[in-house]
Design a protein around this ligand. Structure first.
Ligand code: G3I
Length: 505
């Protein structure tokens, strides 16, 4: 099977699983192929987890280099034109559009089953000279901007899935960046741009995009406040893009928390321009460090259910913007100049493939933890709930053994969570026993819609869910299996918060 057909099959399987999921019960089964493809690429792995992995595309090698095209098509299920949709490129002469490069990228993406992120509609940079040096009235400028947004969005309506509507609107101190737009049209240009884009292409997701907002700082706070306020006013902001141009010195320690914080506004979030530059020349140590930074970025996005895509700003060091713009720095991408995978590629690949996790399971209705009463016993011990106490008795390893199927092993005694005797009966005890690959030791994880870590756990042999007996809130209450239910009056019943589970399971 070709990579494209394999990806298409995986996407189809995912879609079917989604449709077949317990939608009416308010649960979501995140789509995944039945087995991880043997020749997995970034895009097959990402698609299986409901994530888009994209790359910026440079129109020149796209035209001229087969190797570039092949890698782009094989490894990514999203693309962003690196420059081809910038105003200076598409409209070098007023009213005369040069669509060739942008069209070529959108055509390629369509043929390759990739989603396009359009970039950018409103930016202070890459503006045509006729615009920046023209003598327009404020009213004329406003009309010109509106026309530009309408021209771009209507041309690609239905073919561009998301737009960076406003790019880099902030200074580092959180004030709005001076630009022709702010200076001449006032801060209202941002809301106007989103409204015009939505009116012209109601289907596209509309993003505000910026850099240095990936951690806690005045700029990130200002961006957060702006998005919150715009949405409160009904301005159609669907997502925030975090560019994430970083160096090998970046810990990226706050990226996950930042993505989760913004997702809390009820919007999508995305890593939109990831690259990790290093002082040249590259060496093994720097490449290894770079791999860990890339891994942190992909892990952060995977941890947050509303992180819908991660896009790298170019995938090969042969065509990176970095050396030209940041002298002495480079080697920032996943593949080297010969399109060979660097440790960073392997690291992102492994991150997308990794599904096991270790953590506690909190019964949401009681706030108490799944607990082994005597965690040194050899087997047969009935599981209970007990106040969370950070001991090994409450720490479990979730090993993925099927698409959404896991064994659950206590981290301290390595015994498996088991439905006693393989019973299919209501109220059957859930206890510890030696792991033997039995169906009553495997559990399907059904994610609660809109959550990052809330699941129902259904035993594969019975299809019944783990619950606290009688939905008790008391310490020592036993764990049992019970028909899976959704009680609209008590939506937390049978729901377990798996504290280490990724948002993209
Ligand atoms: O196309 C002209 C060419 O005709 C001319 O001969 C040549 C001479 O320098 O310049 C070419 O234009 C360059 C263009 O890239 C296309 O290669 C510009 O000088 C150069 O400034 C431009 O750089 C781009 C930069 O944005 C500015 O638009 C980078 O490739 C691109 O990677 C970078 O991307 C930005 C994102 O859009 C926003 N976030 C930051 C990111 C990195 O700076």
């Amino acid at each position: 099977m070709t990579s494209r057909r394999r990806w298409a099959r995986n996407a189809l399987v995912g879609a079917l699983v989604l449709v077949a999921g317990w939608g009416t019960a308010g649960w979501l089964v995140v789509g995944a192929p039945d087995a991880v493809a043997a020749e997995s690429t970034l895009r097959t792995l990402a698609a299986a987890r409901g994530l888009r992995i994209g790359s910026a595309v440079n129109a020149v090698p796209l035209r001229q280099e087969k190797g570039y095209r092949d890698k782009l098509r094989y490894e990514f299920n999203g693309v962003t034109p690196e420059n081809a949709m910038k105003w200076s490129q598409v409209e070098p002469v007023p009213g005369q559009y040069a669509w060739d490069d942008a069209d070529a990228i959108v055509d390629f993406a369509e043929q390759s089953g990739q989603m396009v992120r359009g970039h950018p509609l409103v930016w202070h940079s890459a503006l045509p000279e006729w615009l920046t040096s023209g003598s327009f009235t404020d009213e004329q400028l406003r009309a010109i901007l509106k026309q530009h947004i309408e021209d771009m969005t209507t041309r690609y309506a239905g073919r561009v899935g998301a737009w960076d509507v406003v790019n880099e609107a902030f200074n580092e101190d959180g004030t709005l960046r001076p630009s022709i737009w702010l200076d001449r049209l006032g801060s209202g240009y941002i809301a106007d741009a989103f409204r015009w884009a939505r009116a012209a292409d109601p289907a596209a997701k509309l993003y505000i995009n910026d850099f240095n907002a990936e951690w806690t700082n005045p700029k990130s706070d200002a961006l957060y406040a702006l998005v919150r306020d715009l949405r409160a006013q009904g301005v159609p902001v669907d997502g925030v893009g975090f560019q994430t141009h970083v160096t090998t010195n970046s810990a990226l320690s706050q990226l996950k928390a930042t993505l989760a914080r913004f997702a809390g506004l009820g919007i999508d979030v995305a890593v939109t321009e990831l690259d990790v530059r290093m002082p040249l020349p590259a060496d093994d140590t720097k490449l290894t460090t770079q791999a860990t930074v890339y891994r942190r970025a992909i892990d952060a996005c995977l941890a947050v259910a509303r992180c819908v895509s991660l896009t790298v700003w170019g995938f090969t060091d042969a065509h990176s913007w970095v050396p030209g713009a940041v002298p002495g720095w480079g080697a920032a991408d996943l593949l080297d100049e010969s399109l060979q995978p660097k440790p960073a590629y392997t690291s992102v690949h492994d991150g997308l493939a990794a599904r096991d996790f270790t953590g506690t399971a909190v019964a949401v209705q009681s706030g108490r933890c799944l607990d082994v009463p005597n965690s040194t016993a050899t087997g047969g011990v009935q599981l209970q709930q007990y106040g969370c106490n950070s001991t090994g008795a409450q720490r479990f390893v979730y090993n993925r053994v099927g698409t959404k199927t896991y064994t659950i092993t206590n981290a301290q005694n390595a015994l498996c969570v088991t439905v006693a005797n393989g019973s299919t009966g209501n109220g059957a005890a859930v206890l510890q026993s030696p792991c033997a690959g039995l169906a009553q030791q495997k559990f399907e994880l059904y994610k609660v819609v809109g959550s990052d870590q809330d699941y129902k756990l259904a035993a594969t042999h019975s299809g019944k869910c783990l619950r606290v007996q009688d939905d008790s809130t008391a310490d020592f209450a036993r764990i049992e299996q019970w028909p899976c239910q959704t009680d609209p009056a008590a939506p937390s019943k049978q729901v377990w918060r798996l504290t280490a589970a990724p948002g993209h399971p």
